[in-house]
Write a protein that binds this ligand. Structure first.
Ligand SMILES: [Zn+2]
Length: 400
């Protein structure tokens, strides 16, 4: 403020108060409606949704249990009021050579996504041995092998009131591997997306911009389902169809937020190769963008908006931002729209060093996790709900 404007300000103040006029008290700040929306999340409900997903075992793509899980997710979305569900259809043929093929890397300090490895490391592996699953019933449930061929994945959309032609994509992958229940990878992210679809679809919630809730299939085969979505729909963005209808089957992408493994942050491996048994008190949510993406600067800003939403809305755990997003469904989007991933650990430096011993293992079952673990996922839900509500102009209508 300049001296001159301070002088003007002082005069104005005097007009209101020096001649006995009553100045009305400033209005009380309006309660933040987003706090009330975040309050509609709760730990028991989040756990119940994860538990529901585990009835389909590891939900491996190309199996009856995977297809049954997609039907179950779609029925739930509809029951929440997200009734405009649609499916992407594509064909999956596994590559000739087995394995996911991450490419040769001879430098032991360089991890996935361009990250820097530090500390003790447990090498990551995918379990393909049914006999490592001690639960006979679960082993049986997971026994049908994947067959190449047609695939489906489901999404539904909250339509914006002012800008139905623009949307954020809130996503997770519903398929898993490893002969467990894929409870953390990625029942935890799938349940988060479903819970947000429930809350945003409530009849008293409006948003100015649209939100699409997407549950990808075939993440574990190399992001196949998310790539199919990008290929089929990227050129449809912002097109009104039919013309003049006010309907936008593919609103313009404002950002893509992927959720992948949200429960377990017990710290790094100890020198003896074990992991601490309890959630570490300083556990955090890891929000990552990819510094080599075409839209990395915009993604970095989006990541920090989510970090600030965690400060404001998450009850227990903080969030941190890193630049090495990798190995999840946000990658196919990252050159086309600001894309971030939300996880229990950094994918490259931490998960890539073996911080989660359940990753793709028979131990990734519901009963492995404590409430302190589940609460980290709930905090991620509070963070994304808060951030997306802010970004889309969400409001609560009283008395509805
Ligand atoms: Zn995953």
């Amino acid at each position: 403020m300049s001296i001159r404007s301070m002088h003007v300000f002082a005069v104005c103040v005097c007009v209101g108060s020096c001649f006995g006029q009553q100045t009305p008290p400033p209005p009380a700040p309006a309660a933040d409606p987003i706090v009330a929306m975040v309050g509609r999340l709760d730990l028991d409900r989040y756990k119940e949704t994860i538990k529901g997903l585990t009835q389909f075992g590891d939900r491996r793509q190309g199996t009856d249990r995977n297809r049954a899980a997609i039907d179950w997710v779609e029925a739930k979305l509809k029951s929440y009021g997200c009734t405009n569900t649609e499916r992407i259809r594509y064909n999956y043929q596994p590559p000739e050579s087995a394995g996911r093929g991450r490419g040769a890397n001879n430098d032991p300090t360089v991890g996935p996504g361009g990250s820097r490895r530090r500390g003790y490391r447990i090498t990551e592996a995918v379990n393909n041995d049914p006999m490592k699953q001690p639960d006979v019933k679960l082993r049986e449930l997971n026994s049908q092998p994947s067959t190449p061929g047609p695939r489906e994945e489901v999404y539904c959309t909250k339509i914006g009131t002012a800008h139905p032609d623009e949307m954020y994509i809130v996503a997770a992958h519903m398929d898993g591997i490893g002969w467990g229940e894929a409870a953390d990878d990625d029942g935890s992210g799938t349940a988060l997306v479903m819970e947000l679809a429930r809350i945003f679809s409530s009849s008293d919630v409006t948003t100015e911009r649209s939100i699409r809730f997407a549950l990808w299939n075939n993440e574990e085969t190399g992001l196949t389902g998310a790539r199919a979505y990008v290929d089929q729909r990227k050129d449809l963005q912002g097109i009104e169809s039919p013309p003049g209808s006010g309907q936008y089957p593919e609103p313009k992408w404002l950002g893509m937020i992927q959720h992948d493994m949200l429960l377990f942050d017990h710290g790094m491996p100890l020198p003896d190769g074990t992991i601490p048994r309890k959630q570490r008190p300083e556990a955090d949510i890891n929000i990552e963008y990819q510094v080599n993406a075409k839209l990395s600067d915009a993604a970095m800003i989006l990541a920090h908006k989510f970090q600030l939403a965690d400060d404001k809305y998450a009850s227990d755990y903080p969030a941190n931002v890193g630049p090495h997003m990798t190995n999840t469904d946000s990658t196919p989007f990252m050159d086309l729209t600001p894309a971030i991933s939300i996880r229990e650990d950094e994918r490259g430096a931490q998960l890539g060093n073996g911080w989660d011993p359940q990753h793709h293992q028979p131990t990734d079952v519901y009963s492995t996790y404590s409430d302190d673990d589940f609460r980290l996922g709930l905090n991620a839900a509070q963070t994304t709900l808060g951030a997306i509500a802010q970004l889309t102009g969400a409001k609560l209508e009283a008395g509805k």
